[in-house]
Ligand binder design. Structure first.
Ligand code: SF4
Ligand code: SF4
Length: 258
């Protein structure tokens, strides 16, 4: 039963993303999503209070009888990533990809919640972004840490989650009281620097100096994001940059995969 639900939920997510273009007419396209599941009682959720923020939420804060956290990665098509490589400012298409994918995450989460409710299960939907402390710039529900717990990937030197389909895309998650078998967490590193120091392309490509081999200044990084948001204000609030993820070895794949 648990395995059947796992496959069913993954298929629902993949079909929704595939057919989304006929629902909302987005300008960008996505590759097939990756989906992974975490047990709501996984002890790593409690560790996020130390690793991310003391105010980081537990799944049961959103849904008292939470059983599973469903996480997904929505990879952008390669062209969007490659267009973002040139210049200091983000490409307009990168800003559009960010905004349209946030909308997709909201629509997908609402669709999943409806499907779960049809089978008498409950779901708590989480916003795709902007659920963070504006001073500390840390989130009370970090989709990338949650996706790590679910086994969707490993962290790279650039602070993003690298999945089997790379890091060029966006992550989302939804909590349910449906019990689904958790996904295994992968072994080994997904970042070449962490594996054997053979890459630091993300650091070389950082346009603000925020990203260094031994440190990351989230405030400097966010300043850069806000500059792009101002530039693309007519599109919405696109606090993006992504230069450290543009055409890097981990953009579209796990570069450490044997
Ligand atoms: S660009 Fe290279 S060093 Fe940076 S996160 Fe990706 S694999 Fe790691
Ligand atoms: S998002 Fe931009 S400013 Fe932030 S670390 Fe990456 S390249 Fe640097």
């Amino acid at each position: 039963m648990a395995m059947k639900m796992k496959q069913k939920v993954a298929l629902l997510i993949k079909a929704f993303v595939r057919d989304y273009r006929s629902v909302r007419y987005p300008r960008i396209r996505w590759e097939e999503p990756l989906v992974a599941f975490a047990r709501a009682q996984d002890p790593l959720f409690r560790q996020l209070k130390e690793l991310v923020s003391p105010t980081h939420a537990l799944p049961t804060d959103f849904l008292p009888d939470a059983q599973t956290v469903i996480t997904f990665f929505l990879p952008f098509q390669e062209a969007v990533n490659l267009e973002n490589l040139e210049g200091k400012a983000s490409a307009a298409s990168w800003a559009v990809a960010y905004l349209e994918t946030n909308r997709l995450i909201v629509d997908l989460s609402s669709y999943l919640a409806k499907k779960l409710q049809e089978t008498n299960y409950q779901a708590a939907q989480l916003p795709p972004t902007h659920n963070f402390d504006q001073n500390k710039l840390v989130s009370d529900w970090s989709h990338k840490h949650v996706a790590y717990i679910a086994g969707l990937g490993k962290f790279g030197l650039h602070q993003m989650l690298i999945t089997e389909k790379g890091c060029s895309g966006r992550l989302g998650s939804i909590i349910t009281n449906l019990e689904i078998e958790p996904s295994p967490r992968p072994e080994g590193e997904f970042c070449l620097y962490k594996q054997n120091r053979s890459c630091a392309q993300c650091v070389r490509q950082c346009v603000s100096g925020a990203l260094q081999l031994d440190s990351y200044n989230r405030h400097s990084c966010y300043e850069r994001l806000l500059q792009n948001a101002a530039q693309y204000a007519s599109l919405g609030f696109a606090d993006v940059c992504g230069k450290c993820a543009s055409n890097v070895p981990c953009a579209f794949t796990n570069p450490c995969r044997p």
